[in-house]
Design a protein around this ligand. Structure first.
Ligand code: GRF
Length: 207
């Protein structure tokens, strides 16, 4: 099977991006990252891409009239490189409906909680983990899912739980959840590239 062409969207440090790069380099994932795109100029993930000789593109949303126009520019960058799979790895902007339609069931996102808890608009970064602690939840985790028109609401592919400790802070919890993210995101990307994920309505099946 030929390598799946991947595009990764980021806004920050890109540690999840790194976990994919490492798994590709070790031969675990039958894919190739064609481009990393960031909406933040100083995102360290862009540097990680450059270090690995991957095209690193910064696109400033403020240069465009609205989110639709901005997303069309991203789509153009992806199409230019024949990207087949889009990975949102800590990408903090909402995709346009046009984008979601264009790449239906070909966009995956990683979220640092057990969806449908602690997710959706305004749940990002440390806020997610603080909300888990404030609620008094005993278990949280990470979720990899396909992206649809609603935030964090598409078909779930893999989830893994993490126990919340009595003395956890948002920071300590984030650290343990991130470790799980670095495990399950590459796992899903591998499954996708091996064409082992089937989607039926809201559900996914691993074959
Ligand atoms: C991760 O917690 C991810 O789940 C969320 O944003 C964070 C990104 O971290 N969507 P990094 O940029 O991959 O280090």
């Amino acid at each position: 099977m030929s390598q799946v062409k991947i595009g990764v969207l980021i806004s920050g440090s890109g540690s999840n991006l790194q976990s994919i790069i490492d798994n590709i380099n070790s031969g675990n994932i039958n894919g190739k990252i064609e481009v990393v795109i960031s909406n933040k100029q100083n995102a360290y993930g862009l540097e990680r891409a450059r270090i690995s000789n991957i095209d690193a593109v910064y696109i400033d949303s403020k240069q465009y009239n609205d989110n639709v126009e901005f997303n069309d520019v991203i789509i153009k960058e992806l199409k230019k490189r024949n990207v087949e799979l889009v990975i949102l790895a800590g990408y903090l902007k909402i995709l346009s409906n046009n984008f979601v339609k264009e790449y239906q069931n070909r966009i995956i996102n990683i979220h640092p909680s057990l969806i449908p808890s602690f997710c959706g608009m305004n749940y990002y970064g440390l806020k997610v983990h603080q909300a888990v602690i404030d609620y008094g939840a005993k278990i949280t985790g990470a979720t990899v899912h396909f992206v649809n028109e609603e935030a964090d609401a598409g078909p779930i592919i893999i989830q893994e739980a993490v126990k919340v400790k009595d003395n956890d802070t948002a920071e300590t919890l984030q650290k343990r959840v991130l470790k799980i993210e670095h495990k399950i995101l590459p796992e899903v990307v591998k499954l996708y590239c091996d064409k082992r994920i089937e989607v039926k309505g809201r559900k996914t099946y691993i074959r």
